[in-house]
Design a protein around this ligand. Structure first.
Ligand code: GLA
Length: 373
């Protein structure tokens, strides 16, 4: 199976938009290695939109912009592979990419071969400019088959923003991950709304094909292509913890050549990554009633372990009571939870219920075991 765990890597779009180049990509690959991101599992280095010329070449193939990529794409691909990383690119199911470059509609097989010839290991496949007379799912079937026809292992990353109830059919196209929402921007409201919209859909996300809740904004601090006010470090912790709880692919979106200490610490947090990469990839479930702008999630992990995470999206502090009954542990059973908070290492033994105190825009994430007390 090509994709057993949520894919991890970096994508150019969130910070750089159309300002991409061979130099940026090579420096990014270097930084992924030198900062230790690679050792934590980040492996795909992906160029998003705006990499090609405005016209196909004389053979009808997509061609890289020589000003951005002076030595050609194979040169870059070889460089990224020489670092022990994998290489990703971008195209679109419609007649143009979202930024207006040539796209793969009715060119699926020749484009898939071009990507394979480039040495691509990952293809993000967008959904702009789709002709209205053809079905969206069919276009993902086409590219799914075209990629396989190349004979190369290429991770197929679908990006139709949740259209046509994507979760219901996308696995049948051969895709390995699927964007399920519109584009993220660098704000708490954006990552909160994405998470809330996808929690009920996560039962469809599993090894083989994962729900992609979009590239990470951690470490952008309001700069870059999807800037929108920005977040602080506590808010980025909430964002990263949510993506890990949801088993979303972890595609970094910041400039990894210039990360703060806090950003690097968060993106390399071994406990959160372990949670994200859990082999069973089960969805979390919300605990207790719907309290506006607070969220408690509980998730079964492999090896009889669990995770419990509490999020406060409110501008005021909260003190949330978690009833173990709502998780499935009634008090009369004599069982409770042994908890270890991932960021602070605080340990707790709890029975029946406990309170989580959260400052505004913060979270707590606990590793949990069910124990007889
Ligand atoms: C769409 C996608 C984004 C990005 C841009 C590029 O909006 O959802 O992730 O790929 O296109 O133009």
């Amino acid at each position: 199976m090509l994709v057993q765990k949520p894919p991890m890597g970096w994508n150019s779009w969130n910070t750089f938009g159309e300002n991409i180049s061979e130099k940026l990509l090579m420096e990014t690959a270097d930084a992924i290695v030198s900062t230790g991101l690679k050792d934590c599992g980040y492996e795909y280095v992906v160029i998003d939109d705006c990499w090609s010329l405005r016209e196909r070449d004389k053979n009808g193939r997509l061609a890289a912009d020589p000003e951005k990529f002076p030595h050609g794409i194979e040169y870059l691909s070889d460089y990224i592979h020489s670092k022990g990383l994998k290489f990703g690119m971008y195209s679109c199911a419609g007649t143009k990419t979202c930024a207006g470059y040539p796209s793969s509609f009715d060119h699926e097989f020749v484009d898939a071969q071009t990507f394979a010839d480039f040495g691509v290991d990952f293809l993000k496949y967008d959904f702009c400019y789709k002709p209205s007379y053809v079905s969206g799912p069919l276009l993902y079937h086409r590219m799914g088959i075209a990629l396989k026809a190349t004979g190369r292992d290429i991770l197929f990353s679908a990006c139709n923003w949740g259209s046509d109830n994507v979760w219901q059919w996308i696995r049948s196209t051969g895709a390995h991950m699927y964007r399920s929402t519109g584009d993220i921007n660098d704000s708490l409201n954006s990552f909160r709304d994405i998470a809330m919209s996808q929690l009920p859909m996560l039962g469809y996300s599993a090894p083989g094909c994962f729900n992609d809740t979009d590239m990470l904004i951690c470490g952008m601090y309001g700069k870059g292509n999807v800037a929108f006010g920005g977040c602080n470090d506590e808010e980025y912790k909430m964002h990263f913890a949510l993506w890990c709880m949801m088993a979303s692919p972890l595609m970094i979106g910041c400039d990894v050549r210039n990360m703060t200490k806090e950003t690097l610490e968060l993106l390399t947090n071994k406990e959160l990554i372990k949670l994200n990469q859990d082999a069973e990839a089960r969805p979390p479930f919300p605990v207790g009633g719907n309290i506006s702008n607070e969220l408690v999630l509980f998730r079964h992990l492999e090896n009889n372990e669990y995770a419990l995470a509490a999020f406060n999206f409110n501008d005021a502090a909260c003190r949330r009571c978690v009833e173990l009954y709502d998780i499935g542990i009634s008090n009369h059973t004599g069982y409770g939870l042994e908890l270890n908070e991932i960021f602070t290492n605080e340990n707790l033994m709890v029975r029946e219920n406990f309170f989580v105190s959260l400052k505004p825009h913060t979270c707590k994430v606990y590793k949990a075991k069910v124990v007889k007390l």
